[in-house]
Design a protein around this ligand. Structure first.
Ligand SMILES: CC(=O)Nc1cc[nH]c(=O)n1
Length: 105
């Protein structure tokens, strides 16, 4: 079965150990709703590695990212800003998807 959302493989360990509890996405992936349960897969092969429940989806401008966002990504703010500008160059509107991991697969 296809995942509902995918992550780069390098983020999987942090998700599975509950150190990463948000993901920042663009409009194309802002359609999730609180309470929705999502199958989570690897970006490179779509293999599913866990399930998460969406807690909230909140708009954020890249310039408004904070240390609190970085802590929830298990990164420094400088690392988070670099990752976001690499994945979403030039995007002015992003969305913070907060989640809790339900289980490993
Ligand atoms: C596949 C993909 O886009 N993964 C992302 C993007 C932004 N944040 C994140 O945690 N994972």
């Amino acid at each position: 079965m296809k995942p509902d959302i995918t992550f780069y493989r390098r983020f999987a360990a942090d998700i599975l150990s509950d150190k990463k509890t948000i993901t920042i996405r663009n409009q194309a992936e802002s359609h999730f709703n609180p309470g929705e349960k999502l199958r989570v897969g690897y970006e490179d092969n779509n293999d599913i590695f866990c399930t998460i429940e969406v807690i909230s989806v909140v708009p954020v401008a890249p310039g408004d990212l904070t240390n609190d966002h970085a802590r929830q990504e298990n990164m420094s703010l400088a690392e988070l800003q670099a990752v976001i500008s690499q994945i979403y160059p030039g995007e002015q509107q992003l969305y913070v998807i907060s989640f809790r991991r339900i289980d490993e697969c």
